[in-house]
Design a protein around this ligand. Structure first.
Ligand SMILES: Nc1ncnc2c1ncn2[C@@H]1O[C@H](COP(=O)(O)OP(=O)(O)OP(=O)(O)O)[C@@H](O)[C@H]1O
Ligand SMILES: [Mg+2]
Length: 230
């Protein structure tokens, strides 16, 4: 069986003369949580966007579950990149219904994912009236609809309160326990330390560090050492 859910092989993305992602090779083992760290502008979102097909790599290869990247692999990928695209005038249920129809999923799946993210009681409230945390949750529900094997989350705790962050952390852990592989980016080192099994640190588009982590590690020191070494 394939050991890795995701591999990037020397991928780069150029915007004009700037290499936003520069020859990055990462490996994400199945059923693990991989945390992507790096300063602002390091290239994290650009890397994640290439995984979901929002951007095309200038060079290199992406392999998902043993298959070279193509539109077909999107079936296995759920993603929340930057802020979720929602229909403000629709309820949580209706937002998901639009996607469930497109994906030919049974309506019953909508209630399932609403339960998973804790939005089952939002009733007639429209998405435009949701708090930031509720919007994030709805974005994650959307990413989960089609039973992804790989979940890609770009700064999922952005704008959440401490309780929301804790809830989301539990939720993400539960995904991994249920056989979903997760790659997420974050600025919050303490979060990543509690969540991730592996981390990658990127800076100026380059992968500076990749390795296994555990809760005993001083991630702050590692991050600062890696970023300052350059
Ligand atoms: N569409 C684009 N056109 C031109 N340059 C871009 C584009 N998208 C990103 N960039 C540039 O690529 C670099 C990496 O940006 P990216 O958004 O990937 O960083 P990031 O690591 O996600 O940062 P942050 O932590 O602030 O979210 C930045 O210098 C950014 O200005
Ligand atoms: Mg970003």
């Amino acid at each position: 069986m394939e050991e890795y859910m995701l591999e990037t092989r020397h991928i780069s993305k150029a915007f004009g003369k700037q290499l936003a992602v520069d020859d990055v090779s990462i490996k994400v083992k199945k059923h693990t949580i991989y945390g992507l760290l790096g300063p602002n502008g390091a290239g994290k979102s650009t890397l994640l966007k290439m995984l979901t097909g929002l951007l095309r790599p200038t060079k290199g290869e992406i392999v998902i579950n043993g298959h070279p990247w193509s539109r077909k692999v999107l079936k296995d990928i759920g993603a929340l990149i930057e802020s979720p695209a929602l229909y403000g005038n629709l309820t949580a249920y209706e937002n998901l219904l639009v996607h469930a129809k497109l994906l030919h999923l049974p309506d019953s799946r909508i209630q399932e994912v609403l339960n998973i993210v804790g939005l089952e009681n939002t009733g007639k409230k429209k998405a435009s009236q949701f708090s930031l945390g509720m919007k994030q949750r709805l974005g994650i529900a959307k990413a989960l609809l089609d039973h992804p094997k790989l979940l890609i989350l770009d700064e999922p705790t952005n704008g959440l309160d401490p309780l929301g962050i804790q809830d989301l952390r539990k939720l993400i852990k539960s995904f991994a326990e249920n056989g979903i592989t997760v790659i997420l980016s974050s600025h919050i080192l303490s979060e990543v330390k509690q969540l991730a099994d592996y981390i990658g640190i990127i800076q100026n588009g380059k992968l500076r560090y990749e390795g296994k982590i555990d809760e005993s590690q001083d991630l702050e020191k590692l991050f600062i050492d890696v970023v300052n070494k350059q």
